[in-house]
Design a protein around this ligand. Sequence first.
Ligand code: HPA
Ligand code: ZN
Length: 333
Amino acid sequence: MDSLELIRKIPKAELHLHIEGSLEPELMFEIAKRNQIPIRFQSVEEVRKAYSFSNLQSFLDIYYEGARVLLKEQDFYDLTWAYLLRCKEDHVVHTEIFFDPQTHTHRGVSFETVFNGIHRALCDARVEWGISFKLILCFLRHLTEEDAFETLRQALPFKKEIIAVGLDSSELGHPPSKFKRVFEAAIAEGFLTVAHAGEEGPPAYVREALDLLHVSRIDHGVRSIEDAALFGEIVRKRIPLTVCPLSNVKLRVFPELRKHNLKKLLHAGACVILNSDDPAYFGGYLNQNFIETAKALELNGEEIRKLAENSFEGSFLESSQKDAWLQKIREIK
Ligand code: HPA
Ligand code: ZN
């Protein structure tokens, strides 16, 4: 079987996907129109042209701008449904989705509106074709600790449906330590934890995420390898790294895909997982990330299988469900 066919056929889990980052320009225009929200672009082509970024912040500015069109529960439903259709196409059988409530509550949209729209789409897809899912609430790290505490409070009525809390947005200058207390409070409420760290930020931020936020996974974490002791621990403890190659190139974490360290991380024994991050902005959903990365780094079938296996190993599925998917992967010849 060639690589393309293997990538298409193999079941995969996606563990690093910002639902607001799956807002395609076409849907942005459609929702803007029905909500009568002005947007500064004249056409879908013009929007796409603006998607040229110099770093994380230059992307975040436009990502928050795009999210302004989302007001009603149906908007969040349509956004999520469109992403789920792409999962179906790419044989993503399990997805763990980040959502950023503060991006919306700060504009007067209630937590409940955001949550209900996303969750209803997920439940409908589960009924329709059997995809499984988890939801992860991300705190925006450029905002204050108090704001994160308020968001945690708003999440409590929905806590049975939210597996974990995470940390995203501008990394530099906003170390994990800023959120130590709110993560402790979230853990006391029964949430698991994850955090973006070591994307643009130094390995010291990864260390803080592990020691102070008690994370189960590191989102990105590509810079962990700069600290041998830290990286050794990540390998030994099989702490998953949810790596996003197309994102990393778009945001200039690596100058080109051929220079990405994913293969190096994988061969050093880390539990590396491939993800799309913000696919509407970074040029591709999960299979596109697999295809382009496999080509640029010359990944063989065994390495592609390992990435798919890791996606289930690193997920928040029950171990019996993980085993069932690992068995299915073994059956693909
Ligand atoms: N990094 C940090 N914050 C984000 C990202 C990312 O790649 N995408 C959406 N919010
Ligand atoms: Zn991300």
